[in-house]
Write a protein that binds this ligand. Structure first.
Ligand code: SF4
Length: 438
């Protein structure tokens, strides 16, 4: 009997990539592959890459070099956004056998069947993104996560001038409503308790006359569901219908990640963002009115061409007033192939660094306040993993990361992954909120 081929999968970038890696792992395992953690001896390494920043691309190249140092005989396949737009660079890197664009990502198991050893030149399989008919999943492995990512759409029609995603993933298209619900039901039957809705531009979901909120309504009633979490959502799609649905359906997490990128109207216009400063203020005023208890996070970019001191002050003002709990701060770097590379008036690197430092400092203070506000409260935590130090960590519906000490439960049922436990938050520390079982 021949041993099963082993495959390691590694995801860079967004939650959508994570969802797609999970589907890929599932189809490989159905073809008889053993899925092993990255770093263990393996026959195939698949990197689901990201191209959103130059750093993400560099991470992919570093990973390939590390694999080649460890085991030069391993077959290496690169897929994802970098494989879509960075073929010329990847072709120059030693050790890559397959470069598979976003459109053909789910064909990798079939493409691997045609590989019989290391290649001297990589085979490139790349088509224009945007025509993919969505795979029907239903019984995915989903990498044994307690939270399962549920992909509902792909692509984006917005065309922000700094963003490569419309080129890597193509135009917006939604999965069929019934397929999504069927997959969600399968995930819940496997024991997942939390579904995380993922896509490039979630709020643009539309299948016939059914929109994103209709889909949430159909998912919310599925048996076994404890939590439904919406991942990053564009401000232009945060409607009152959505906020009111979230406010009236307790299984939908009180959590919204709404990227602003900037708080300055002129900068937003140069970025070709679909929302002005005034519209952003309106979105956050509605969130505060309809869903005041929600954790609110955002992405903000510093150093976009033409961002002067006044524009940066406008961004800081918006951040102060919007009610954010945390920020993800990005420094602009030109992505070849995007419109923004043609903009003059680049911001000097030391200025970008200083603005980034200031926003990271604001982020630190926001997180402190966000965590401190729940000390003393009772919350439900979905346990994810046991740390070597002996405590469990998990998430609340508001996205607080909470540590639960195992000994606090001595003499009763042991804690376990995927268990929902009620705790009281007793302390805030930089990485976790500490809690005790109640
Ligand atoms: S909304 Fe803008 S930033 Fe987001 S994926 Fe679409 S083009 Fe990119």
């Amino acid at each position: 009997m021949t041993a099963a081929r082993r495959a390691s999968l590694h995801t860079l970038g967004c939650r959508l990539n994570q969802a797609e890696t999970a589907v890929l792992a599932d189809s490989l395992s159905k073809r008889g592959y053993e899925i092993v953690p990255m770093g263990e001896p393996t026959d195939v390494v698949i990197v689901n890459s990201c191209s959103v920043t130059s750093e993400a691309e560099a991470d992919c190249r570093r990973l390939v070099r590390a694999v080649m140092r460890r085991d030069p005989a391993t077959l290496v396949a690169i897929t994802g956004c970098y494989a879509q737009v960075g073929v010329a660079t990847l072709q120059k890197l030693d050790g890559i056998d397959l470069i598979v664009g976003t459109e053909d990502k789910q064909r990798i198991p079939e493409l691997l069947e045609e590989e019989h050893g290391k290649r001297s030149e990589p085979r490139v399989v790349r088509n224009r993104p945007g025509k993919e008919t969505f795979e029907q999943n239903g019984t995915g492995l989903y990498l044994q996560q307690t939270r399962a990512n549920l992909k509902i759409q792909d692509g984006c029609d917005v065309g922000c001038s700094f963003c490569i995603i419309p080129q890597t993933r193509g135009r917006a298209r939604s999965r069929q409503f019934e397929d999504v619900v069927r997959e969600a039901r399968g995930l819940l039957q496997q024991g997942h308790r939390e579904l995380v809705i993922t896509g490039v531009n979630l709020g643009s979901y539309q299948d016939g006359d059914r929109n994103f909120v209709d889909l949430l309504g159909a998912l919310d009633v599925l048996p076994g569901l404890q939590r439904l979490r919406i991942s990053s959502i564009e401000p232009s799609t945060v409607t009152n219908q959505l906020l009111e649905f979230m406010a009236s359906h307790r299984r939908v997490c009180r959590y919204l990640h709404i990227p602003i990128q900037s708080g300055c109207s002129e900068t937003l216009a140069r970025m070709r963002r679909p929302t002005s400063r005034q519209e952003l203020e309106d979105v956050f005023a509605r969130v505060q009115r309809i869903l005041p208890e929600a954790t609110l996070g955002t992405d903000v970019m510093v150093g976009f061409p033409g961002e002067d001191d006044a524009a940066f002050v406008r961004t800081q003002e918006l951040i102060t007033n919007a009610g954010f709990s945390y920020l993800h701060v990005f420094s602009y770097s030109p992505r070849p192939g995007t419109r923004a590379t043609r903009l003059l008036d680049q911001v000097p690197r030391p200025v970008v660094k200083e603005r980034s430092r200031k926003l990271h400092e604001i982020d630190r203070r926001l997180r402190e306040t966000w965590g401190a506000a729940v000390v003393g409260n009772q919350v439900d935590v979905l346990l994810e993993e046991r740390k070597p130090e002996g405590h469990w960590v998990g998430l609340t519906d508001q996205f607080h990361r909470v540590a639960v000490a195992e000994q606090a439960n001595a003499g009763t049922t042991p804690l376990a992954s995927n268990q929902l436990v009620r705790v009281r938050i007793v302390d805030r520390q930089p990485r976790f909120l500490w809690s005790e079982l109640v």
